[in-house]
Structure formats: C-alpha cells, structure tokens
Ligand binder design. Structure first.
Ligand code: ADP
Ligand code: GLC
Length: 481
C-alpha cells in the first residue's frame, strides 16, 4: 500500500504545534507495519537549510495559477522518505509557515497552500512525473484541503482522506480564489468548496475526500454538534458514516524520561529520583524560588483562548496564596502574553513565564514540574497530556475532546484499580479549574498515593502502534470501496 502523507509541518524539521509531531511520528509507525508512506511538505527556508542531501525529482512549470516549482526528495532523521516542494517565491521567507514575523497571516496563503494541495493531487494522478504512485493521498488540515477537490477532477486519480487536527482553522478565502487556483467554477457551490459566499479549503476536503478522520473519538462526536462544529457540523453529520476518530500517539523515543537529552536528571517509573534535579533546574530557569517541596505546575502551550489560558491567568493570583508555583512556556495572543509577563513580575519567585518556542524548555517542564495544566476550551486531541503522563507529571485537564479520551480522573476508586492518570474538571469556569488544582494539591501531600498516581501515569502505553493500525484499517476500507 502506497500512501502520500501531505502536510504543512513535520517535526523535527518545522513545527508550530501538534500537527508537526503527528506528521513526524505517524508515518514512521505506519512504515513499521508495512505501509509505504512518504511525506510531502513545502520547502520553507527552515527545511531547505536542513536538507543537506536531496535528489531532484521533477519540475512543475505549467500548473495554471501557480509559479514554477521543483520537487526534491530526501530522507527524514527517522528514515521516512520525504518530498520537499521547492518554490522559493512562496516558501522561502523569514517568518513562520503561516504567518510573518509580526504574526500576520501571509497574504498569499491561498496560493501557497493551493500549490501544496495541487502538487499532492498531481502526484496522485495520471499526470504524475514520478514512478512512485500513491494509492491514496492522506491530507492534513486545511493547508492540504484542496487536494481532494483537485483529485476529484483529475484523470486516474488516487483516493484521498483528510485528517482534521483542528476544525477552528478552515482556510477561508474570497470566492475569487476558485478561479485564481484553477478549480472548475462548478465546484463553487454548497455541494463543493463554497462556504457562506467564500471558498473554504477545509470544506473542500470534507466534501470531496473519500474518508474523514479526526484525532480523537470524542472530538469526532463533538464536531458534529453546534459550537465545536464551527459551522461544518451539518456536512460532518451527513458524512458521519465516513468519519472516524483515531487517538494520536506519541513518539516514545523523543519523549522518554529515561534518556531525554533535554533533561538534567533521567528517571523511570521504578526510580523517579532523577526528577528532583529537573525540578531544581526548571525553578532556576524560570526564576522560581528553589524550594524542592512546593508543588510546581507546568504549562507548555499556544497562548490562546482555545487552550483556556485566559482562565488560568485569571486565577493565577489566587494560586500564589495556595503554596504552589507556576512555570509557563508559550507564544500566542499578544494581550495574554503581556498578562502572563505582568503576573510573573507581580509574583516573582512564584510565577515564572517564558514567552517563546523552545523544544528544550518544553521537555524540561514535562520532566521538572509536578503537575501539568491543560484547561483547553476545546482540544481535538492534545499531546502534552500524553507527554506529561509519560513523565510522571499528572495532567489537570478540562473534560473535552482528546483530553477526555486520554486522561482518567483520579478518585479513590480509579487510584485503587490502577487507572487514574490525572485530574479532570467539567464546565469551563474558574471555580472548577481551581477545585481540580486543589484536588491535585491535596493528593500531592499524601506522598504514597501521589507516587502511586505518577507510576500509573508512567506505565500507560501511548505509542503510535495501535493508532497506526487503525489508520491502516481506514486506508484498506477506502481502497476497497
Ligand atoms: P496544538 O497543536 O493545538 O498547539 P498539541 O498539544 O497537539 O496542541 O501540540 C502542541 C505541541 O507543540 C506539543 O508538542 C507542545 O509541546 C509543543 N509546543 C507548544 N508550544 C510550545 C512552545 N512554546 N515551545 C515548545 N513547544 C511548544
Ligand atoms: C491540533 C490540535 C491538537 C492536536 C494536534 C495534532 O493542533 O489543536 O489538539 O493534538 O492538532 O493532531
């Protein structure tokens, strides 16, 4: 089975969030069970700099609506074959994959990700210049959303599926994009790419793809309802027979407290002593008082309303009265970043904030904090709750999306039967969040029970294996149709 995995980010080459983690790890897990997966990603400056050795594969000089581009191939550090779409005028610039350095969306994103979608579709059709032809193109989020639409109109096209990592981002552009990107006018309809008078990349995929997956079973249900359906609940409900929720896994080599290169102390569930050195290092890096006994809450997140950090910032002053420390790493909303910084100045030694993206600090927080806070308003899957469980740092989470599927609330019963793995609150209010934190703090001081909880967390299996098999089942089902 040959699969082209088209994505706009892939770890460790380029990452803004969980999509990169998934694109880095899932293809490797699929290859391990015999699926020939190759990844396609745009040639951003960050990728071109890291692509030491590559092979030239093809040129695309006459794709209507797009500048000339080249296809290169290389190999990922984890040995997964990689195609890089090289088009310097669209991808090689200073800034992120989606936004410039000032945080504004690139004005030509329709063309940038239109090209990615288009080339993925060419590789999956009779027009492909390559000897290797995928049976199916696996698209991810809106950035590759036009692929199923282009495939629909292409002779000899392969099948396609779309994985929704976050329905809140849909790739909506003015209707004129339909002609500019050379899609037939006929597809600008409710049965096509049209969405409230605009054109939507994600809706295109939800309409034309052979199958839809999303990153947790619970989120698959939530997006068929008003609210978390973000206006697409009707279409998703119509397609519910073709919609599967598959929980993400994690890269257990990259995220392993016994060998993590970013940690100062290594540890296992049998001997957690090394965690103390990480806590000390974390306290010192975040300007927190060097007190080994005080419980330390960690946060690694995009600082946005989706992640519920507004609620955490609101209750932060109250937390400082509890004896507890807070270490927060993230980037995002400018106003919320400022609030976070102000709090760290108001409560020095108790609240430490680092605004920025740091792979190293994110690992140190997982390994050094005592608990991990993730009060997301909605969360398609979430990855940090897995990382924190694996690092014996029980997560405190809102009962939503993949968080509800991957954390078991700690009660007397779940602790006794060995399933407890964190603390969950229902209802997005400050009171509910505080009371979950209080429950965690209470157990923290009951040392034997706390250690039992950490050990259960660390013993859980979050590897990609079973999820990779579930994706393979979806591919088989689609190809059998
Ligand atoms: P999302 O993709 O919605 O942001 P996920 O929990 O799925 O949420 O994935 C986020 C990923 O990005 C995790 O690997 C997390 O550790 C990482 N991450 C988020 N913010 C930062 C940051 N400021 N520095 C380093 N890593 C970060
Ligand atoms: C998105 C979601 C997140 C998910 C990630 C990877 O960024 O917000 O919940 O874990 O994609 O699937």
């Amino acid at each position: 089975m040959k699969i082209l995995f088209a994505t706009s980010e892939v770890a460790p080459l380029i990452k803004t969030g969980g999509l990169a983690d998934v694109s880095g790890a899932l293809p490797a897990a699929l290859r391990a069970i015999g699926v020939d997966v190759r990844v396609l990603v745009p040639g951003y400056s960050q990728i071109m700099m890291q692509l030491a050795q590559y092979k030239f594969e093809a040129t695309f000089n006459d794709l209507p609506g797009y500048p000339a581009a080249r296809l290169l191939s290389g190999i990922m550090p984890n040995k997964v074959p990689l195609f890089v779409l090289d088009c310097p005028s669209l991808y090689q610039r200073e800034g992120g994959p989606y936004q410039d350095t000032a945080g504004q969306d690139w004005v030509d994103n329709a063309q940038r990700f239109g090209l990615l979608s288009r080339v993925a579709a060419v590789l999956g059709s009779n027009a492909s210049p390559l000897g290797w032809r995928p049976d199916l193109v696996h698209c991810n989020d809106w950035q590759t959303g036009l692929t199923p639409a282009y495939l629909h109109f292409a002779p000899g096209a392969s099948r396609s599926i779309i994985t929704i990592h976050n329905l809140a981002f849909q790739g909506i552009f003015p209707a004129t994009a339909v002609q500019a990107l050379h899609l037939p006018n006929s597809c600008f309809s409710i049965n096509g790419v049209e969405f409230h008078g605009n054109m939507s990349f994600l809706k295109a995929a939800l309409f034309y793809a052979d199958h839809i997956t999303t990153v947790s079973p619970n989120y698959a249900k939530e997006i068929q309802q008003e609210g978390l359906g973000f206006g697409l609940q009707g279409l998703l409900t119509t397609r519910s027979g073709d919609l599967t929720g598959i929980l993400n896994g994690i890269d257990t080599d990259e995220w392993n407290p016994a060998s993590d290169k970013h940690l100062v102390g290594h540890y296992t569930s049998k001997n957690m002593a090394g965690k103390a050195a990480n806590k000390e290092s974390l306290q010192s890096r975040f300007g927190l008082n060097l007190e080994p006994e005080i419980p330390l809450l960690g946060v690694v997140s995009r600082i946005t309303e989706q992640k519920g950090l507004d609620l955490l910032l609101e209750i932060a002053p109250l937390l400082t009265e509890l004896p507890v420390q807070l270490a927060m790493l993230g980037t995002g909303d400018i106003q919320m970043q400022k609030t976070a910084r102000d709090l760290s100045h108001l409560f020095p030694g108790k609240i430490g904030v680092h605004i920025g993206f740091s792979e190293e600090l994110s690992h140190l927080i997982e390994g050094g904090a005592d608990m991990f806070v993730m009060p997301s308003r909605f969360e398609p899957c979430g990855l940090n709750q897995f990382y924190s469980q694996r690092y014996g740092t029980p997560p405190i989470v809102h009962a939503t999306g993949g968080l509800a599927d991957s954390v078991v609330d700690c009660t007397e019963t779940t602790l006794r039967d060995g399933t407890a793995s964190g603390f969950m609150f229902h209802g997005m209010t400050a009171d509910n969040l505080i009371s979950a934190i209080r429950r965690a703090l209470k157990l923290y001081h009951d040392r034997n029970k706390w250690i039992a909880l950490c050990k259960i967390c660390m013993s859980k299996d979050f590897s990609w294996e079973s999820s990779a098999k579930a994706y393979r089942e979806v591919y088989i089902k689609v190809l059998g149709k």
